[in-house]
Ligand binder design. Sequence first.
Ligand SMILES: C[S@@+](CC[C@H](N)C(=O)[O-])C[C@H]1O[C@@H](n2cnc3c(N)ncnc32)[C@H](O)[C@@H]1O
Length: 293
Amino acid sequence: MDFKNYIDEAKALVLRGGPNASDYENLTSACQNLREQELTLSEEAELYGMMKPLLNVDSMIGFSYVKPNGYAGDYELIDRIYQQWTSPKCDDYHLWDDFYHNLDAAKAVRNRKEYLIKLLSSLEEEKDSPLVLNLGSGPCSDLYEFFKQKPKSRIHFDCLDMDSKAIDYASAVCDNYIDSITFVNKNAFRYKPDYKYEFIWSAGLFDYFSDKLFVRLLNRIYNLLADGGTMVIGNFSDDNPSRGVMEIFGQWYLHHRSKDKLTELAVKAGISAEKIEVYSEETGVNLFLHLQK
Ligand SMILES: C[S@@+](CC[C@H](N)C(=O)[O-])C[C@H]1O[C@@H](n2cnc3c(N)ncnc32)[C@H](O)[C@@H]1O
């Protein structure tokens, strides 16, 4: 199909108030095709002109596109995905919001919360009062849910985020468990604590970095891991069926990587191959690089 056909189909969806479940597959694959075609400036102008009614912070797609906090995938957007938020203001966006929350990428984000909670529950059983670093901690709904399930947990978390608004938001979310969390408002590249961690978790951060920065940060942070400790890094897979929707509608660009690529980068960061494993959550969209020390 050429660009004009895609635009005509998208126009029809906008006029209808958004896609129904029977449209999801076509719309998702249309976006995949469009991202591979590399749109010209005038095609982009036509596309975003047609989508304009939707492109504001009151819809999920609009929030991704507008980036009110200055970058894609900020703490507020991620929390909206966790909560499966739909616009209270405008009925017109519900179909679009439902489409967004049904994307494999959105499911993968929600799955990574469960993935972390399982890892923390095992850690709780294995170690006495472990210290955990959560790097690029965002909204901390994952920790809120962990503590709701395990209110007596003896884990202490250092939650580091360079966005002070994310820290304020997360502090409010985790208010009931604040004695178990230390918030650190810092850039991950400048973080130099004088103690080590039993477990380090970082989801939705390394996939914003080029390979060079990935290796540099991994090398630094792996040094903060205590002997016998584990570090887990989440990164979107290069096999992400929602990538077109994220890039075309939301202008949300990530460094997607394969299992082999993640392993290669870990080796480049100085970690020996037998300490490296890569897993994924159910959709396969979020990969998890596991590193032992
Ligand atoms: C996509 S969100 C992921 C949040 C959380 N890990 C989750 O999965 O729910 C990425 C977070 O990393 C933070 N961030 C981005 N670059 C950072 C850096 N260089 N140092 C510290 N935090 C950073 C952002 O402010 C944002 O809150």
